[in-house]
Write a protein that binds this ligand. Sequence first.
Ligand SMILES: [Fe+2]
Length: 350
Amino acid sequence: MINMSLTTSRILIVDDNPSNVLLLEGILQEEEYNNCQSITDSRKTVAAFLDYQPDLILLDLQMPYLDGFEVMRQLRAHTPEGAFVPILVLTANITAEAKLRALTEGATDFVTKPFDATEIILRIRNLLQTRFLHMRLQDQNQSLEQRVRQRTMELEHTQVEILERLALAAEYRDDDTGQHTKRVGQMAAQIAQALGSSATQVELIRRAAPLHDIGKIAIPDSILLKPGRLTPAEFEQMKTHTTLGAKILSGGQFPLLQRAEEIALTHHERWDGTGYAGLCGEAIPIGGRIVSVADVFDALTHERPYKKPWPLDEALHEIHYQSGKQFDPRVVDAFLKAFKQDLIPLEVTV
Ligand SMILES: [Fe+2]
């Protein structure tokens, strides 16, 4: 909350002439501005500015050692970005050129000597009001920005939550525990970690990977739950779950949805280019390459309508065998490294 009481404002007077300082202090006290500090040695201005943090500076222009122009230049370097600390310049006769120079250096307003008490007080009041309005505006902007950030986060969470439920709905049809998507998310995150991805990327893939099969929502039960082999026509229809999934996830503004779309579209690509869309090698996004390993390993080690679970050593052998064929060798290495460290979940860990 900004203190709007003008008379408690901190005012710094910088003038080498002690009688001027006395005069200004008197004028200010008369109007109950009792929170003033004065210095007559302009070389101490920056230190006083940093220590006292004034709301307003009354600054003489002609002073020994450092004149008012130089003082303003130094103060500018110490004023936080976006802050407004008004400087009221006190001067005897000022030429148009000097006035312009003072304005360029940071002067906000001028008052000419000999001082007129009413004029000085009016200008001080105006400048302080402007400062406090500026501060209030900044305060409001900050809280608005914070609210927008908060709302954006909530919106992102809501979107992801809806999609996670949709993915679960798709998953429950061929896995009544709904745990496959979660395991793939956890496994993909461990592989990304073993590949040296940043913490942000690891988290992104952990949450995006479970949406990889969301397109299965549009595949008929007769195909999805068929116990035997699919006919070529059925297989073609099954393959559309990648493009359908990407379509469901498309147009997302958040990185998480964009990553999920990419994974849904490319998790059946193969390193050797013989996958669904024929993408090859590093043309396959890394998310798709990671999820394809996690998805296959999890499918091999768990029961499906058309197959029994494979023993662990055979599943590991298959992943290793497919390195450089179906899978990116780097991703397989990362998977095996994470597996050796017991980081690959065989069941969901909460
Ligand atoms: Fe899939």
